[in-house]
Design a protein around this ligand. Structure first.
Ligand code: ADP
Ligand code: ZN
Length: 218
């Protein structure tokens, strides 16, 4: 059983790699952003509150986020590990996680800002199954529908130039100190650099798996 956190700026490919790692490791993916987007669809008061943060590129408050995390981790079957995508985003969240689970390694994706902006502006997501596409480098057969399930593709409301800039700023300010936090705790790091926009997810995922094997975690 292995518990991993995947860190990387918005658009670094976290979600894409996490869902592919799931096919190679005995893990569930917990992506707080996906959970929040589901909550936003419902139109409940809590969903509306979450939306007011997400749409501005701001972090959802820790009390709501923690509740969401606890509920998701509780659903994972015994003996199965997890990959966290999008959590923790603050030191408070990291400390709360420490109370619940042991983290075996951090996967840190290092991607230049220009690639991030390029990718997010052309990202499309399947409304039905959540598959992630990119109109430039991870093209669906049609720009409108999902290859996998035929569902409609949409652009996230926070994938606009201003909100993208805000999210990168928030990431750098609030998430970078988390890397320090885990380094101090001596949690092993798997750092993967992506310098070319055309590098395919397969290459990155193979690299991550190779490095996890080196740590005897895969
Ligand atoms: P990205 O990494 O591409 O910005 P995510 O899907 O991880 O996207 O998150 C989208 C939004 O959801 C964030 O901008 C934030 O508003 C909210 N969010 C996700 N995870 C957290 C978290 N752990 N704490 C607070 N807010 C979160
Ligand atoms: Zn789909």
């Amino acid at each position: 059983m292995v518990n991993l956190i995947i860190f990387g700026a918005p658009g670094s490919g976290k979600g894409t790699y996490a869902s592919r790692l799931k096919e190679h490791l005995n893990v569930e993916v917990v992506a707080t952003g996906d959970i929040f987007r589901d909550m936003m669809k419902g139109g409940s008061p809590l969903g509306e509150k979450v939306k007011s943060y997400v749409e501005k590129g701001l972090l959802v408050p820790d009390d709501i986020t923690l509740e969401v995390l606890k509920r998701s981790l509780a659903k994972i079957p015994n003996g199965k590990g997890f990959v966290l995508d999008g959590y923790p985003r603050t030191i408070e969240q990291a400390k709360a996680l420490d109370e619940i689970a042991k983290i075996d390694a951090i996967i840190h994706l290092v991607v230049p800002v220009w690639i991030i902006i390029e990718r997010l502006s052309s990202r499309r997501i399947c409304k039905n199954c959540g598959a992630i596409y990119n109109l430039l480098f991870l093209k669906p057969k049609s720009n409108m529908v999902c290859d996998r399930c035929g569902g409609p593709l949409y652009q996230r409301s926070d994938d606009t130039p201003e909100v993208i800039k805000k999210r990168i700023e928030v990431y750098e300010k609030q998430t970078q100190p988390l890397l320090e936090y885990y380094k101090e705790k001596r949690v092993p790091f798997v750092e993967v650099k992506c310098e070319k926009i055309e590098t395919t997810p397969d290459i990155i995922v193979q690299e991550i798996l190779k490095r996890l094997k080196g740590l005897r975690l895969a």
